[in-house]
Design a protein around this ligand. Structure first.
Ligand code: ADP
Ligand code: MG
Length: 261
């Protein structure tokens, strides 16, 4: 069975289901031919992804070299900076994927307000799309790893920005039930085909690799982090062109009376 994350609706059923799915996946993916194909595709994607910023930086370096004045040089430097930012995100993704694969990631948990994490993620993300933070702003307490949860929300927001046209709308909201926190990141972007949904959270998986930028690592890291927190994540989309929604479920912090106000 493929990793149909959308089937996981409750936290209670999640662990057993996830374990079963991982086991099934490992069985399916054990064939050397499968590994080798996946690796080839990945290396091709990586080469492509590195070539783009490199050629932009080479061109910008040439502009700096020949720049008639400081203004032109500064503009070229800004291009280099942006491209370097993109490359370092790629490298961070790669480092992350390796660390997760080796099981080297541990959480440093503390009691934190998820609303603040969401605010920080929104403040960080760049793009011309409107980002709406909906819902109440009261603190929502989680026992979690601040950096890692920031990574979850940032990855989802960056994807929403990347896969939504300029002028599109991105919404982020957190809701609370008796025992669970639900974070929804929705967009009015290009949407996801039904057949791609079950594989979206697999490492190196991209729903349209021919169009993509990125390595297909972000969502697999999102899933790993959320699982380590005892939660689940699913993707929903009505199909191509219909926007997407990513839904993260996390357990609400225990013993809330102990939370400092
Ligand atoms: N908000 C979104 N809208 C449409 N497709 C998405 C969205 N988020 C993720 N995807 C699809 O899921 C794939 C995997 O995402 P991710 O793991 O973050 O890798 P990357 O962004 O590097 O391609 C993407 O390549 C894209 O096809
Ligand atoms: Mg991504």
């Amino acid at each position: 069975m493929a990793q149909d994350i959308s089937a996981a609706t409750t936290l209670d059923g999640w662990d057993a289901q996830a374990t079963e799915q991982f086991a099934a996946d490992t069985r399916v993916n054990r064939s050397p031919a499968h590994h080798s194909r996946r690796k080839d595709t990945f290396i091709a994607t990586l080469a492509h992804e590195l070539r783009q910023p490199l050629s932009a930086m080479l061109a910008a370096a040439e502009v700096v070299r020949m720049a008639p004045d400081a203004m032109v040089a500064r503009r070229a430097a800004a291009v280099m900076r942006r491209q370097l930012g993109q490359m370092s995100r790629l490298v961070e993704d790669l480092v992350d994927a390796t660390r997760w694969a080796q099981g080297k990631v541990t959480l440093q948990k503390c009691r934190l307000d998820l609303q603040r994490v969401m605010g920080d993620a929104v403040a960080d993300v760049e793009g011309g799309q409107q980002i709406v933070v909906a819902g109440e702003r009261e603190p929502i307490w989680v026992d979690g790893d601040q950096q890692r949860l920031l990574q979850v929300v940032s990855n989802l927001l960056r994807n929403a920005v990347k896969y939504t046209h300029l002028g599109g709308r991105i919404t982020i909201v957190a809701e609370r039930t008796a025992s669970t926190i639900i974070v929804r990141v929705g967009d009015t972007g290009r949407g996801i085909e039904a057949e791609a949904l079950p594989h979206l959270f697999d490492l190196y998986s991209q729903s349209r690799p021919q169009e993509g930028t990125g390595l297909g690592i972000g969502l697999s890291v999102v899933r790993e982090i959320v699982l380590l927190h005892g939660g689940s994540v699913e993707a929903q989309s009505e199909g191509a062109g219909k926007g997407s929604e990513f839904i993260v479920r996390l357990p609400l912090a225990q013993n809330l009376e102990l939370t400092p106000s």
